[in-house]
Design a protein around this ligand. Structure first.
Ligand SMILES: [Zn+2]
Ligand SMILES: [Zn+2]
Length: 259
């Protein structure tokens, strides 16, 4: 259950990857703070998981993309299309899409393919590109956003959301081990970190449980939430592997889990 007292509510919408899975939808995380609903990544299945957690597309005011891989962006097109086909409901809150450098061109490509079906009015939709070479910062009324480059794709960034009271949740997106993530997550209350493969099957560009645990320990986070599990993770003791390097609060994400 959500602790209503927490300054940032987190719901794991999708804890999975590109691999179709009934248990784990592709990557998506919902954060709620200061009356705003924020979506982090939107892989396939996100719209259904949003409905299951009682959230409408019209409630979302920002979508943050960690990078452009389809398991993190594929539901953007259905999201925009459904926003146009509103069946009586209309978007009153503006929608901001936030991602690393190159996102405008990526979005332009989608519009070339789908045309007016996914085009929203410019007074409703805005796009913000964050720096992918250096740390970057974005201020909203209810929270601030800090980003750092992640070790995955050229456009990959990790996000840190901080409330005015200083409560922070960090979302790694896809990444390999990197000092940037440790710096970004320093002393955060929650680190939601990718954990694609078991230690024995570590893949370049992704983390394993003990590496994610090492990052959480170095960053001194209060709670580590592992997510983005490939199905083969089920054959390993992910918690035990993470415990080799991390002693703090640990959560293995499941779809629709609320923190
Ligand atoms: Zn991914
Ligand atoms: Zn990826």
């Amino acid at each position: 259950m959500t602790d209503a007292a927490l300054p940032i509510g987190v719901t794991i919408l999708g804890s999975g990857t590109c691999v179709p899975s009934l248990r784990r939808s592709s990557c998506a995380i919902l954060m709620e703070t200061g009356g705003k609903k924020l979506l982090f990544d939107a892989g396939a299945g996100t719209l259904r998981r949003m409905l299951e957690s009682g959230v409408s597309i019209f409630d979302i005011s920002c979508i943050f993309f960690s990078h452009f891989h389809p398991d993190h962006t594929a539901e953007l097109v259905p999201f925009l299309f459904a926003t146009k086909y509103s069946e009586g409901r209309h978007r009153k809150t503006p929608l901001t899409l936030i991602a690393g450098k190159g996102f405008s061109a990526f979005y332009q490509g989608l519009k070339q393919a789908y045309g007016a079906w996914i085009e929203l009015d410019t007074d409703v939709l805005s796009v913000i590109e964050m720096n992918t070479q250096t740390p970057d910062l974005l201020d909203f009324d209810q929270f601030s956003v800090r980003t750092r480059p992640a070790a995955h794709n050229p456009e990959s960034i990790s996000y840190r959301i901080t409330t005015p009271s200083g409560y922070s949740v960090v979302y790694s997106g896809d990444t390999d081990y990197c000092e940037n993530l440790i710096a970004l997550a320093a002393d955060a209350q929650v680190l939601i970190c990718e954990c694609s493969h078991a230690d024995e099957e570590k893949v370049q560009g992704h983390l394993s449980p003990s590496l994610a645990g090492g990052i959480a320990t170095s960053a001194n986070v209060q709670k580590l939430v592992l997510t983005h599990f490939y199905p083969r993770c089920d054959g390993f003791d992910i918690e035990k592997e993470c415990r080799k390097t991390y002693k703090g609060k640990l959560v293995l994400a499941e779809d629709l889990m609320r923190l």
